[in-house]
Design a protein around this ligand. Structure first.
Ligand code: B12
Ligand code: SF4
Length: 331
């Protein structure tokens, strides 16, 4: 079994940490469920000094150091990968998330410490990498969905990874590995609604991926089927592009209402949460795609599961979703 250290970089330095990194927390669960050993240092939550980060990195030996996040976490990522490579020059360091997927070649050029990156969705690819580590091999080029450093400044894109078909196959995020009581619950409040401003124990869910609309300034990091592999005349993949005019595609995926309500109930029972925040990019478009059945069914099951607040506690269990449905509104 592989031993992985995940490091969540700092994002929005000027603000408190509000969100457990969902993608990373899901990957932790997937790895653990497949028998791998996982440790997390959530730098965005702890925001420790450099000496402490170094101590965390050298606290054990690792088969893989996995870092990732959105593009604005770049400076924190840069520091973390440099420190990691200094401590463990021979341990593979990988990068995932928006920071890598949006401009893979550039990011590998700027961060020579990174050995390979996850292009787009990482659910299957991450497990494939861990399986290869188990086999004591490092032939990353055999794994789909990666961009690999070949020489100092040359890169190889492996073939695209298929997107997960059924989002209900995803395990719940490994919230236990993140500092919920120490950091995240204390920063539960969000300014999106009255209930959001009053919540004291919030967790998040991402119940759909991407958005079916097309706004020129927006893209979905390949996870909505919006990514294309660009090839040169020899057929070599030279880059990835997103939603260019005339080349637009979409894969619509969302969790079943049963999955969503079970998730809410599970975390309500386990952590006594009083708010579930939907991270979804645009869940209204998912509802339209389902011919207006998705949200109604979620509301029906939500009520059936006993999650609708009793009159007195009306504002304690909020749901950041303004559905004009008797069972859920006002939330
Ligand atoms: C929550 C969220 C935030 C949170 C926290 C982000 C975080 N810590 O990652 C906050 C509120 C801070 C935030 C802020 C912003 N965000 Co935001 N945010 C999101 C949101 C809604 C959900 C992220 C999420 O959890 N997704 C679900 C998980 C499962 O997907 P994922 O994170 O992409 O993870 C998958 C892969 O990317 C990959 N992966 C991710 N991390 C890692 C790590 C490793 C090690 C590996 C191997 C793989 C991997 O594997 C996962 C499974 O496939 C997304 C939209 C969305 N629904 O995705 C936008 C999104 C990530 N945000 C985006 C943007 C643009 C912003 C802002 C810049 C907006 C703004 N103009 O203010 C700001 C940043 C401001 C700042 N100063 O930093 C873009 C990112 C584009 C990019 N190039 O990175 C997105 C995609 C929205 C969009 N379509 O434009 N955001
Ligand atoms: S997520 Fe929002 S901005 Fe992006 S394509 Fe959909 S509607 Fe447009």
């Amino acid at each position: 079994m592989a031993k992985v250290l995940f490091i969540n970089p700092m994002v929005r330095e000027e603000d408190d940490p509000h969100h457990v990194p969902m993608g990373m927390a899901q990957l932790c669960s997937i790895a653990i469920n497949n028998g791998h050993k996982v440790q997390v240092y959530d730098h965005n939550a702890w925001r420790a000094d450099d000496e402490t980060i170094k101590k965390v990195i050298e606290s054990d030996s690792w088969d893989l150091i996995a870092v990732g996040g959105i593009t604005t976490a770049y400076s924190s990522i840069k520091k973390i990968v440099k420190m990691s490579k200094k401590v463990f020059p021979n341990t593979p360091i990988c990068l995932g998330g928006g920071v890598l997927t949006s401009i893979p070649k550039e990011v590998l050029t700027w961060l020579p410490e990174v050995d390979f990156g996850f292009v787009g969705e990482a659910y299957k690819t991450f497990l494939d990498v861990l399986s290869m580590i188990d086999e004591k091999k490092t032939d990353w080029s055999k794994i789909k969905g990666l961009v690999i450093r070949v020489n100092k400044n040359d890169y190889h894109f492996t073939p695209p990874q298929e997107l997960l078909k059924n989002l209900d196959d995803l395990p719940y995020p490994a919230f236990d590995l993140f500092p919920l009581e120490e950091v995240y619950f204390k920063n539960s409040k969000l300014l999106y609604s009255e209930q959001g401003m009053k919540t004291t124990r919030r967790l998040d869910i991402n119940a759909s991926i991407g958005c079916s609309l097309i706004c020129k300034f927006c893209y979905h990091l390949g996870i909505a089927g919006d990514m294309r592999y660009e090839k040169d005349q020899t057929g070599k993949v030279i880059n990835v592009s997103f939603d260019e005019p005339g080349k637009i595609s979409r894969k619509i995926r969302y969790n079943s209402p049963e999955y969503i309500v079970n998730y809410a109930k599970y975390h309500y029972d386990k952590y006594k949460i009083n708010f579930l925040y939907f991270l979804d990019e645009n869940l209204m478009t998912m509802d339209v795609y389902s011919r207006r059945t998705w949200l109604k069914e979620i509301c029906r099951l939500w009520k059936e599961a006993g999650l609708v607040p009793k009159k007195k506690e009306r504002w304690n269990l909020g749901w950041h979703l303004l559905v004009r449905n008797k069972s859920c509104y006002p939330l």
